[in-house]
Design a binder for this molecule. Sequence first.
Ligand code: ZN
Length: 331
Amino acid sequence: MKEIHPWNLSAWQQLQAQRQANRLAHAYLFHGPAGVGKQDLAEAFAASLLCQQPAADGSACGHCSACQQFEAGTHPDNLILVPEPGKTQIQIDPVRELCARLGLKSHQGGFKVARIEGAHRLNRSAANSLLKTLEEPTDNTVLVLITDQPSRLLATIRSRCQGLRLAAPPAAGARGWLATRVGDHDADLLLALADGAPLTALALTEGEHLTRRRVWFDQWQALIDGREDAVAVAADWSGAENNAPLEWMSQWLMDLIRLQQGEHAIRNLDLLEPMQDMAEDMDPVTLHNLLEQVWQALQMTATPVNRQSLFEDLLIAWTAAGRPRRRRKHA
Ligand SMILES: [Zn+2]
């Protein structure tokens, strides 16, 4: 069963108190930044509603037949909708199917629980289809919408859900939780990189994330020093399976802008020295323009676009931004 993270405990208790009082909402909107455990909480909540013998704190027992089915992903009253891989929108058909199943009697005489992850990705017709279910809920159904971008949901959907905001915990609590899970990694650096979101910080320690970030940063720095070629680096970056190089580039640019404004609370704590050196020669307007260009590129990667030339344009612009620096270094 999913762990209820300590910083989400009060939200969990609030839900369980509503359940005890028979005052559960028909629909909830779990919202808050990525990496704070919204999905885990929703999963634990769903399991708890379906469990036949929940513990005193409301959590699922993990042993009963309902819990076993839940764990196996075969519980007929546990419905879940996630955006299909590679699709930016949730289309109407799966929403219609979900709503039709919610309208039926529960298989096991208890709750029916549906979760929609990435709910801001519902397209217009899917959202309208869902709206009908929200307006005429059936008994014993609980719908949980989950999103880190609630403002992108239709206002009519938002207003029919009980909002539950989940936030990143205070730094000290997050550090304590993270430090016991990340071995030799620097918990403060991880949290800074993840903007305080503990689960994002933890995920950074898996696989090659941090190693690749360092390789990309070295290439990025080498470009403005004239030691690397933008076309070659673009070929490398555009071959990455996701947008991580662009996301890091946007973080690095934001840190350069912070440094230029005299702030020292940057995210990339471990790169403070090279960043300070870079920030010295950069034109502030150029940095803002580059940041804008990276954000646009991130949006364009969701459309059919030539990634290589998209990355080339960005890195050529970045290389050009390093001209004053190269002049200083060679002076
Ligand atoms: Zn159980």
